[in-house]
Design a binder for this molecule. Structure first.
Ligand code: DON
Length: 306
């Protein structure tokens, strides 16, 4: 294995001329303000190495990457009963699509499309107040990242609360099928705040470590059983990039979860947890440069689940 620090520095330098590629998400007004010329990579290896380059210590909105942490928490609360309310199949549709819900009884295809993640947030809410559920999610993320400084960006949450008409439509539609236990604004309050968690690449790579390490954190604490970590990784591989999940598997070959903030968390089971960030997105809403960086990293390290 070549020197990992050198390796990510080389990838960073090679991609630097493409800085600003893609289009920053602007349907959430607060995200449109982000500098498109940011680029960071962080790697935490299972054997204890820690490597980073570029803007890896700058916080960004993790958006849909948070769906992995929400799912982990909801499975801990409800176990396999959760799968009665949300499926485990790739949707082949965009992340905010509503079409399949009509023919599929308001049960979203998977927990990573918006509709599925809203159901997962509804399950975390479980009769409590949104504030308590949001606090629980934030505490969980801080715990798995082993970092109490992680916060939710209130401006991003409010920005989505004001403009998230699609998500309101999804939530209302699912409620009409009886697949939302709380009024849509409460479930969405949890969802928007979960998406507005702000983290750096370094924090994110640490938070994802347990997924690549059979459910255990760096300090040995068992967050979830090994089997559940495998299953969450399987869902990341098949559904983590929406209608570009097949392409991501083809190019990178690792479980990954993207967010419209331009971050991607990728997991090489038994090897490493990797976080990349570059705000310019491709037409599927996934980081353009981030995907490219992960492709090069996987090629050069040989990390792959295949
Ligand atoms: O609900 C939304 O549209 C955003 N809060 C999250 C979407 C997202 O990150 C899609 N990922 N690439």
């Amino acid at each position: 294995m070549p020197n990992l620090q050198q390796l990510i520095e080389n990838i960073y330098a090679e991609l630097l001329p493409q800085l600003g590629a893609g289009k920053v998400a602007d349907y959430i007004p607060e995200l449109a303000k982000v500098n498109p010329r940011k680029f960071g990579i962080a790697v935490e290896t299972i054997d204890g190495g820690s490597y980073f380059v570029g803007d890896a210590e700058e916080s960004f909105s993790i958006q849909s990457i948070s769906k992995v942490f929400g799912l982990t928490l909801a499975l801990g609360k409800h176990g396999d009963a959760l799968w009665r309310r949300v499926g485990r199949e790739p949707s082949g549709s965009s992340f905010n699509s509503i079409v399949q819900l009509e023919h599929e009884n308001g049960i979203p295809r998977n927990p990573f499309i918006n509709a599925g993640a809203i159901v997962v947030c509804d399950a975390i809410l479980a009769g409590h107040r949104p504030k308590e559920a949001i606090g629980e999610i934030l505490r969980f993320v801080r715990q798995i990242a082993d970092d109490d400084t992680i916060v939710i960006d209130p401006a991003v949450a409010q920005s989505e609360q004001k403009t998230g008409y699609r998500n309101f439509a999804l939530a209302n539609y699912m409620r009409s099928f009886g697949n939302l236990g709380h009024p849509p604004d409460l479930a969405l309050g949890v969802y928007f705040h979960q998406c507005a968690i702000s983290m750096t690449c370094r924090q994110l790579a640490r938070a994802g470590f347990f997924l690549g390490n059979g459910g255990r954190m760096q300090n040995g604490f068992a967050v979830i059983p090994r089997e559940r970590a495998r299953r969450i990784c399987a869902l990341m591989l098949t559904c983590g990039h929406y209608d570009a999940s097949g392409d991501f598997a083809f190019r990178v070959g690792l479980p990954g979860k993207s967010g419209v903030g331009g971050g991607i968390l990728a997991v090489a089971p038994g090897e490493a947890s990797v976080a990349v960030w570059s705000p310019g997105l491709n037409r599927y809403g996934n980081s353009e440069l981030g995907t490219h960086a992960l492709q090069l990293l996987a090629e050069r390290t040989g990390w792959s689940v295949f």
